[in-house]
Design a protein around this ligand. Structure first.
Ligand code: HEC
Length: 165
């Protein structure tokens, strides 16, 4: 009787082990399939983030020279969000390490917007633009030359301040 009990226990244990090995296999398959889905997930590239930065850099100028400070603040945040996107999604690009060089210029222009200081804003904007170009030079993309814009990017947005609340 003791012997039978012993055998039954062994058989039960073996079957439990087998089940857990099966479970492991199922889980591993699920992990593999999720990993392959992740690998195929669309991620915006460095250049796409930069194209968006370009648009907001342009709009920032027209918001600032129109003393539309709320819009200017919004545009700086949009630039920041795109730079954060590069940090998050473009870790495999060696150029990403140079991103922090733009932080002081962004902090500075935020201050000029808070102070609603037009002269300081214009100086800060030129400083920001120079920093874009310094990074392009550092990362051997000097052919992407950024300037103070002469025209807004789109004709369907008004940069003037209409409602001061
Ligand atoms: C990390 C340093 C760095 C900083 C700071 C930086 N850039 Fe760039 N930029 C790059 C790199 C690298 C590329 C090339 C991306 C690629 O491979 O497509 C680029 C590309 C560009 C392009 C070309 C995009 C295209 O595909 O046509 C524009 C426009 C641009 N940047 C604008 C700006 C502006 C405006 C700023 C400042 C507000 C700025 N960049 C700041 C590194 C930087």
């Amino acid at each position: 009787m003791k012997y039978l009990f012993f055998i039954t226990t062994i058989v039960l244990m073996l079957s439990a082990c087998n089940k857990s090995a099966n479970n492991e296999k199922v889980l591993q398959n699920q992990i593999d399939s999720l990993q392959s889905k992740l690998d195929k997930t669309y991620k915006p590239g460095f250049g796409e983030f930069m194209s968006s930065v370009q648009v907001h850099h342009n709009k920032l100028w027209f918001a600032g020279i129109n003393q539309n400070w709320k819009l200017a603040d919004f545009e700086v945040n949009e630039i920041q969000e795109n730079l954060n996107g590069i940090k998050q999604y473009c870790r495999d690009r060696s150029e990403t390490q140079y991103l922090p060089m733009i932080d002081p210029a962004l902090d500075n222009i935020r201050k000029t917007i808070q102070q609603q200081n037009s002269t300081a804003f214009k100086e800060g904007y030129i400083n920001l633009t120079n920093t874009c170009n310094t990074c392009h030079q550092t990362t051997k993309h000097e052919f992407n030359m950024i300037t103070v814009p002469s025209l807004p990017p789109y004709s369907n947005q008004d940069f003037k301040l209409h409602h001061e609340k």
